[in-house]
Write a protein that binds this ligand. Structure first.
Ligand code: BG6
Ligand code: MG
Length: 216
């Protein structure tokens, strides 16, 4: 018998492709500090919090900064990032995302967002899908970053369902690990070579169906 009652979606890389904006903003910051930042390094920051991302970047550049300086740098990066986010349009929603959310809701599945981003609400508003989620759990509401399951467990709780009744959609390794740690099923968005712990890996939500969901 299928017991799936809810779907919890990561935002960056699942609903929208904001990685390119994160990349541009981090690169600008790294360049301002006198070193470069590659797309390959950016890949390693998927699902990683803002503060932790900065620490990794400073490490790659061989630069040491005080905590106060780090706070300033993180704010600067976020300001540059938000300049791009504020230009976002509904057309930037990834293929199949809105359709799959609509399908889920039409059959009575609950939907939640489970993202590390503190900018989640702004992004949802920019792409016009805020009302497609019964709950939004973002970086402002949790204290432990993925791979800790806190963000997804809080999502399940907000929806009034059990963890084992949830399916998580994630593009980051840390996110897949978080879902597994939370005793949830997980659909990886990306490559099966990378997202090894997922129950199913697809390239995007345009490949997702209810049939696949109920077979997990
Ligand atoms: C995650 C992204 O969703 O959110 C990371 O994959 C990002 O790249 C993190 O660092 C935090 O986002 P924000 O918007 O709070 O800086
Ligand atoms: Mg992501």
């Amino acid at each position: 018998m299928n017991t799936i009652k809810a779907c919890i979606f990561d935002l960056d890389g699942v609903i929208v492709d904001t990685a390119v904006y994160h990349y541009k903003a981090w690169k600008r910051l790294a360049n301002s500090l006198g070193f470069d930042f590659t797309e390959h390094q950016n890949e390693q920051l998927k699902g990683v919090s803002r503060v932790r991302s900065l620490q990794l970047i400073l490490g790659w550049g061989g630069v040491t900064k005080t905590e106060a300086e780090q706070e300033q740098l993180a704010t600067q990066k976020n300001n540059w990032y938000m300049e791009m986010v504020n230009q976002m349009k509904p057309e930037e929603i990834l293929p199949g995302a809105k359709e799959f959310l609509t399908t889920c809701r039409a059959v009575g599945l609950k939907t939640a967002l489970g993202s590390a981003s503190k900018n989640s609400m702004t992004i949802l508003e920019k792409i016009g899908i805020t009302d497609m989620f019964d709950a939004v759990i973002d970086g402002n509401k949790v204290s432990k970053a993925k791979p800790d399951p806190e963000v997804f467990l809080a999502g399940a709780q907000a929806l009034g369902v059990l963890p084992e009744e949830c399916v998580v959609f994630e593009d980051a390794i840390a996110g897949v690990e978080a879902a597994v740690a939370g005793d949830m099923k997980v659909v990886g968005i990306g490559s099966s070579d990378v997202l090894k712990g997922a129950n199913l890996v697809i390239r995007g939500l345009d490949e997702m169906t209810l049939d696949k969901l109920y077979k997990l």
